[in-house]
Design a protein around this ligand. Structure first.
Ligand code: ADP
Length: 645
């Protein structure tokens, strides 16, 4: 929309009820509601979207990169309605839609494809024989697959039958298509893709490569361009192959040809093979924009309007190096579970381009992908760009949801990645190290405790009159604060010397904090030149979470109920649903005695099971839900009371 505005093109957004107040709605010139939150009832409703375009007098539809962007039936409907689809033709999308047909087509166009079998025959014995001829390890892929589904690596003949059955089952369940192809499994694989662009006059060029080898479960995490170790010879070979692929299907607009590369001996021009083509703009396109200085969306609009490409291959050059990191609301220690929340505090680094669809105060809902932003940096060299990424991530502050920021930062400090030694197995191999949580400094705990007690923001505390309103708090010289951080519990004692001098003690350490200046979101602490920033998140009028930003790290503390009752650590513990989900099992009954760590309830959310445990010893006071109940975020499930003395 920003590109359209710059070009003087008016925009109309479509939105579901969940997005009525979203940033993209606010930025568009006009907006039209297309339905309730579920995508099948809103963003996948082709006819409703086309009707919205007709009603507002729109001339063209940009499909973005999700939902209907690679749906050839949608393209046909758009064109039948007399509108322009900003993307390739329905035929081009169809030609690349199934992996086996796409590979066969690429073979005839002389594009190297991964050796393997992608023919019609599907008898298990025949496929097994093919696997033997290809040589183990092989990869079985559902031909209709996507998102890593229906894929099985097979290391030896005796595993083949089971793996085949598994891939077929998944293909059938996810894509209603159980047909498979068999590929040689490439060792030390790197994912290198070529950005292509075609126009409606038969011309096509490539805009160089992107390396997307940093993947987790076949999903890209950090992308970069150019690819580390890329040679002119290899780039020319890959670029030519990609342009050949695009020409073979009369491609127009932005597209990406994905190749798998055997990187075991560096990058060699006879060691890359076509995997698939994405017939749309990619999430990671800003990396290419950064190194070419082009606006790919502008090119898309121009090509869709019938203009020829404004350059030929020889006009294009690479400038410097770029990275993109995908910043998600994700709970990394809990298996990268998608998270939700209200972004109580959101600050991006000015050293990066931050492509985002949310603003401070917006909500990450459970309805859609929990991406917060794409952080994009550009430097003269790879080292310079990576240093910028580290700094940009350190400077990014998000409160109100957990994020994968620490994981991305750890990845940017990873030895192999820093050297450019990337392959698709890197993250999985070093996962333990990458998700390891550092110690939580006592200063971060202290800042959180002071913030929870409300002692940070009240700048008038020195005024004897206003301090009256806080008399209860000030009346006690000691306060106890319980903070929960994942599995860790911090029991802190805050001793008040006066209104600005505190001693905060944990079980093992203590720190003295003297406030030099204070505000609702930061405190300047004696001995620190930089203000220490924090954000307090309230749920129904109660401080539920405190996020502390310290030296580029983010520390999120949950605050259990009843925590600020000075001296009374024994108030009831409420166990609430951490996200919307289905109650699989309530494991306890009222009156039952539990010990810290005991499982209280099992919740199924976002396709995974989560066990909620007792934060301390106690007695179950009440259970509020039953097995099979659907619960919302924050719903009370079980409450605990302390054991009688
Ligand atoms: P999907 O369409 O499900 O995303 P792809 O065919 O694009 O599946 O493959 C996804 C990822 O799987 C690739 O990025 C790569 O990491 C890995 N992969 C695919 N084919 C091979 C292969 N032949 N050898 C090794 N790894 C592969």
């Amino acid at each position: 929309m920003r590109t359209a505005k710059r070009l003087g093109v008016a925009t109309v957004a479509v939105y579901s009820d969940a997005d009525a107040g979203a940033m993209h709605v606010a930025e568009a010139d006009e907006a039209v509601r297309v339905g309730p939150p579920p995508v099948a009832d809103s963003y996948l409703q082709a006819d409703t979207i086309i009707a919205a375009a007709k009603a507002t007098g729109a001339e063209a539809i940009h499909p973005g990169y999700g939902f209907l962007s690679e749906n050839p039936d949608f393209v046909e409907k758009v064109e039948t309605a007399g509108l322009v689809f900003i993307g390739p033709s329905a035929e081009a999308i169809r030609a690349m839609g199934l992996k086996d047909a796409a590979k066969a087509l690429m073979e005839t166009a002389n594009v190297p494809v991964v050796p393997g079998y992608h023919g019609e025959r599907q008898e298990p014995e025949f496929l097994k024989q093919q696997a033997e001829e290809i040589g183990y390890p092989v990869l079985i892929k559902a031909r209709a697959g996507g998102g890593g589904k229906g894929m099985r690596k097979v290391d030896a003949a005796d595993q083949f039958a089971d793996a085949l059955a598994g891939a077929q089952r998944e293909g059938k369940a996810s894509f209603a298509d159980d047909r498979v192809l068999i590929e040689k499994y490439v060792t030390s694989p790197r994912h290198i893709e070529i950005q292509v662009f075609g126009d409606r006059h038969g011309d096509a060029v490539h805009l160089f490569e992107r390396d997307c080898s940093l993947q987790r479960r076949h999903q890209k995490v950090i992308e970069e361009a150019p690819a580390p170790g890329m040679t002119d010879e290899m780039r020319t070979a890959m670029g030519d192959a990609a342009v050949k692929a695009a020409r073979a299907i009369g491609y127009s607009g932005a597209g990406t040809v994905e190749f798998i590369v055997d990187g075991s001996d560096g990058l060699l021009p006879d060691r890359f093979w076509f995997m698939e083509m994405n017939t749309r703009l990619q999430v990671e396109h800003p990396v290419t924009e950064a190194i070419t200085g082009l606006d790919l969306v502008e090119l898309q609009l121009r090509v869709a309007a019938g203009e020829p490409l404004p350059f030929v291959q020889a006009d294009l050059a690479i400038d410097g190096h770029a990275f993109e990191a995908r910043l998600y609301a994700e709970d990394v220690p809990r298996g990268f579970l998608p998270a939700i929340g209200t972004l109580d505090h959101l600050r991006f680094s000015s050293a990066a381009r931050n492509d985002t669809g949310v603003r401070e105060g917006d909500e990450i809902t459970p309805h859609y992908d929990p991406m917060i932003a794409k952080v994009i940096v550009h430097g003269r060299s790879r080292d310079e760009a990576l240093a910028k990424m580290r700094a940009a991530l350190a400077d990014t502050q998000i409160a109100g949801t957990v994020t994968n920021k620490a994981f991305l930062s750890a990845l940017c400090r990873h030895d192999g990645f820093s050297r450019g030694a990337v392959d698709t197995g890197l993250i999985e191999r070093d996962l333990a190290q990458l998700v390891q949580e550092g110690e939580t400094p006592v200063l971060a705990q202290a800042v959180a405790a002071i913030a929870v007690l409300g002692l940070a923001g009240d700048t008038d505390q020195d005024d004897p009159w206003s301090s009256l309103s806080g008399w209860r708090l000030w009346g006690a010289a000691q306060h106890f604060v319980k903070l929960v951080q994942g599995a860790a519990i911090f029991d802190l004692r805050v001793s008040l010397r006066n209104s600005r001098d505190f001693k905060v003690s944990s079980q093992t350490e203590a720190v003295n904090v003297s406030l030099v200046e204070r505000a609702p979101d930061r405190m300047i602490v004696d001995g620190h030149t930089q203000p220490l920033r924090f954000a307090v998140s309230e749920v129904s009028g109660r401080v539920a979470q405190v996020t502390v930003f310290l030296n580029g790290d983010t520390f999120v503390f949950d605050v259990p109920d009843g925590v600020t009752d000075a001296g009374d650590a024994g108030s009831g513990d409420d166990v609430r649903a951490p996200m919307p989900g289905l109650v699989k099992q309530i494991r306890v009954k009222a009156g039952e005695q539990v010990t810290k760590g005991d499982a209280l309830a099992v919740l199924e959310a976002m396709k995974m099971e989560h066990t909620l445990t007792a934060a301390r010893d106690g007695i179950v006071a009440e259970t509020y839900v039953a097995d099979g109940d659907q619960v919302s975020n924050g719903d009370l499930l079980v409450s605990l009371v302390p054991e009688k003395e």
